[in-house]
Ligand binder design. Structure first.
Ligand SMILES: [Zn+2]
Ligand SMILES: [Zn+2]
Length: 265
């Protein structure tokens, strides 16, 4: 059984992650225009009409911009918790009632052959969540837009085969950069975003070195570069004793395009 995964786009310009199992096709967030997401699907030869659902992490515009248009155009169910629904509804506009799926944090739901576990994360949105997806023996964890990852979350995501994890900024670039101080404080706060160092620390605690796929996600355009994020995490994991080049598939996502399709057998 193969799972296919593609990061169609990741970063503050818009987020959309695609997951496909034998029977189910989902995206997590749809934070670009409907047109742009349709174009991204075409680029990797995927059919947007087949989607079984859109899972929403939180109501920031880089995660919900295209949700309404895609749901209306292709009759796609949208899954979000109640507070997120209330906050995003005026932004995404009316969605058909049969496509409004209200979920509860920490309560598993099933969409065809995928078991979905939404869990609380720490971000300045009304009720943000990360997702763990289970299909047969495979486990995929998705966490971006969180200021911290506590021990409870680390326990939850252990034993995943894919870790899609925020590596938002280099702390020094952020501190020395041009952002106004309140914005710097927001990003660095427990309700902000994970730094490259934070991502390294989390991965060092949860990885087993059994060829897990790690995708570094939601990189800042101004306070990070793909090279710096990659090197920080790689060097940190090497220091922790991981044979990064052989035991882990450390990969980058892209702010302005797809990651290509990864398969998990
Ligand atoms: Zn975001
Ligand atoms: Zn956000």
């Amino acid at each position: 059984m193969t799972i296919r995964f593609c990061s169609l786009s990741s970063g503050s310009d818009g987020n959309c992650q695609y997951i496909e199992t034998k029977n189910t096709k989902l995206i997590i967030d749809a934070g670009l225009s409907g047109k742009r997401i349709e174009a991204l699907f075409k680029e990797v030869d995927l059919n947007i009409r087949d989607l079984d659902g859109i899972l929403i992490t939180h109501e920031h515009i880089d995660h919900i911009k295209g949700v309404g248009i895609l749901s209306r155009r292709y009759d796609i169910p949208v899954y979000a918790n109640e507070k997120t629904w209330i906050t995003m509804e005026p932004i995404i506009k009316e969605v058909k009632s049969h496509n409004i799926k209200v979920i509860k944090n920490n309560k598993n739901i099933e969409v065809k052959d995928v078991l979905i576990h939404p869990f609380n994360i720490s971000h300045d949105a009304v009720d943000p969540v990360g997702y763990i997806l289970f299909n047969e023996m495979k486990k995929l964890s998705f966490i971006t837009d969180t200021g911290l990852i506590n021990e409870g979350i680390k326990e939850k995501i252990k034993n995943s085969h894919i870790f899609f994890l925020e590596s938002n900024h280099d702390i020094r670039m952020l501190k020395e950069g041009s952002y106004p101080w309140p914005l710097k404080q927001r990003i660095l706060s427990p309700l902000g975003h994970l730094s490259n160092d934070d991502a390294t620390e989390v991965l060092a605690d949860v990885l087993k070195g059994e060829n897990e796929i790690v995708l570094l996600a939601h990189l800042s355009e101004d306070n990070n570069t793909p090279q710096i994020a990659y090197n920080t995490v790689r060097n940190g994991l090497l220091r922790e004793g991981f044979d990064v080049d052989n035991d882990i598939r450390l990969l980058m996502t892209n702010r302005h395009g797809n990651s290509g399709i990864y398969t998990l057998d």
